[in-house]
Design a binder for this molecule. Structure first.
Ligand SMILES: C[S@@+](CC[C@H](N)C(=O)[O-])C[C@H]1O[C@@H](n2cnc3c(N)ncnc32)[C@H](O)[C@@H]1O
Length: 263
């Protein structure tokens, strides 16, 4: 069944769709089936890879030819799908690099640590909103955040953290759903969530509210204009965004900005 209208049980306020406890704890409960769920999403890995390619292309040449490994942090790395996309993009470009994945969910990090990494990679449990540069042994040349920002209430604070985590000239890439400014995108999102994602979630994680929360959190997330404005307000420059092709056109976006060079 595919529907573009919200089911009666889900028209209440946002808090009814929020997982009990915090978001990383809710991801603990689905960690063992998360990779299976995303494998069923056509384009999930290819889109992550395209955003990771954008990140690598935006690295300053002073960094890539600096004679040391490029340092890349993946905030909200989850089970490592985004970290794997970064690794593939860096290796394809011949960039020597080291990776740190940061996530609040011990269960998701355990999945990431079980994978084989061809670049030096370590995984740290921390709240991205409050983590200090020194906790992560920063600064970093690039920060990637895939499907993290809509889970965070204090987005401006998180962007401030990212700014401080970056070297001058360093690059932030945010990979995120945003449907607020397009009626067509919202209709597509509703249809896919209630026709495919939520029913599949009932099979793979029957007791978890996370896939209904996914629907609501995307519905409630910033427009691309607001997200870009937040990035500018956080002190980033050369801020831009693009969407993808296919059915996720206008739904999935890549945002890019740089910490300004020191003058
Ligand atoms: C939808 S998953 C995305 C995982 C991965 N980036 C990917 O592309 O597959 C979102 C991840 O963000 C993590 N997360 C949410 N809020 C967080 C926070 N405040 N600090 C750290 N991690 C957080 C969750 O635990 C979860 O693993």
């Amino acid at each position: 069944m595919t529907t573009t209208t919200e089911p009666r049980t889900s028209t209440g306020p946002e808090r009814r769709e929020r997982p009990a406890g915090n978001v990383p704890e809710a991801f603990d409960a689905v960690a063992s089936t998360y990779d299976l769920m995303v494998a069923l999403n056509p384009g999930y890995h290819a889109h992550l890879r395209a955003s990771a390619d954008d990140l690598v292309a935006a690295l300053p040449t002073t960094v890539t030819s600096g004679g040391r490994p490029v340092r890349v942090a993946d905030l909200g790395c989850g089970s490592g799908a985004s970290t794997a996309a970064l690794q593939a993009a860096l290796e394809a470009a011949g960039v020597d690099a080291e990776l740190v994945g940061v996530d609040g969910s011990a269960g998701m990090l355990a999945q990431a640590r079980r994978k084989r990494w061809s670049l030096p990679a370590r995984f740290v449990q921390a709240d991205a909103e409050t983590v200090e540069v020194t906790d992560l042994d920063g600064p970093y040349d690039a920060v990637f955040a895939a499907y993290l920002f809509r889970n965070v209430a204090a987005r401006d604070r998180l962007l401030g953290r990212v700014h401080d985590l970056l070297v001058p000239g360093g690059v932030l890439v945010v990979h995120e759903y945003s449907v607020r400014e397009s009626r067509r995108a919202r209709a597509t999102w509703d249809a896919v969530c209630w026709g495919v994602v939520v029913p599949l979630g009932l099979v793979t994680a029957p007791r978890s509210p996370i896939y209904r929360y996914l629907w609501r959190s995307v519905r409630d997330f910033d427009s691309t204009l607001v997200m870009r404005s937040r990035m500018v307000a956080a002190g980033l420059d050369r801020v831009r965004s693009r969407t993808v092709g296919g059915w996720q056109n206008g739904v999935l976006h890549t945002f890019l900005g740089h910490r300004p060079e020191d003058r």
